[in-house]
Design a binder for this molecule. Structure first.
Ligand code: BGC
Length: 255
């Protein structure tokens, strides 16, 4: 069977849940995406309700693949970590929950993994051989590793312990906001150290930086002193939804 050329992508994040139908040839949205704020109590029931609303909003996608990201480790559709959403997600079979909510099979994958798939197909890592490390800077730090075009799922380098701290608690853009840091303070006191540690451990050929703050990449990427080329993501905040739809179109099974 040939692969579908459109799909619905839904990106669950700490602050918003976004979705749009995606043209899988171009990696672009076919209609304006919708965004619903993540409820304060981000329980499985509350988030699943929003996923169903987003799916209902795009009835034209009703027969196609649906991909859904989650900001935590996802194996075989089950959530294993949930650093920035309700803890009761841990152990939840999200695939079963969402499949029931949208009335058709879904693929669930980590948000940074989805973003990396999208950047590899359509964006900053398109055609790049070797090891690409994607980092998404947001509420937390998401990471994904793509080796010669193949995703190694569920790397969690945002939780590396750096100088005695969980890295994302100091180096994410959420931490920058929380602590009122300027771009140069953020780079000099936190980001430089984080990226140096990770490049010394992974030795990637390219680092791609996504997440909302990548829109301001010109303000902080040039301040970093690294051996690895580091570039902003091209798809920016559409990457999660686009990658989710792409992953679902490629197959509903693991990873
Ligand atoms: C989670 C990752 C996720 C990242 C970005 C981290 O706290 O552990 O799985 O990719 O946040 O949302």
């Amino acid at each position: 069977m040939s692969q579908p050329t459109t799909g619905l992508g839904i990106d669950i994040g700490g602050s918003g849940i976004k979705g749009a139908p995606v043209d899988l040839d171009s990696g672009e949205f076919l209609r304006e995406r919708i965004k619903i704020l993540t409820p304060e109590e981000s329980s499985p029931a509350a988030v699943t309700d929003i996923v169903a609303r987003i799916s209902d909003h795009f009835p034209e996608t009703a027969r196609g693949p649906v991909g859904i990201t989650f900001p935590g480790v996802v194996q075989n559709g089950t959530i294993h970590t949930s650093a920035n959403l309700d803890e009761s997600w841990v152990g939840t079979d999200a695939r079963a929950l969402f499949t029931e909510a949208v009335g058709r099979p879904v693929r669930v994958l980590n948000d940074a993994d989805a973003a990396a798939l999208a950047e590899s197909r359509y964006g900053a890592a398109k055609g790049v051989r070797g090891t690409v490390l994607m980092t998404t800077l947001g509420t937390g730090i998401g990471t994904a590793l793509v080796v010669d075009g193949r995703l190694v799922p569920n790397t969690e380098f945002g939780h590396l312990e750096v100088d005695g701290h969980d890295a994302e608690s100091r180096a994410s853009s959420g931490a920058k906001e929380r602590d009122g840091l300027s771009y140069s303070e953020w780079v000099n006191e936190r980001l430089q150290r984080y990226y140096r540690v990770i490049e010394d451990l992974v030795w990637p050929d390219l680092i791609v930086v996504g997440g909302g703050v990548s829109r301001k990449a010109h303000k902080f990427l040039p301040l970093l002193d690294l051996r690895t080329p580091i570039v902003p993501a091209i798809l920016r905040n559409t990457a999660g939804s686009v990658g989710a739809a792409l992953a679902a179109a490629q197959g509903l099974e693991v990873p």
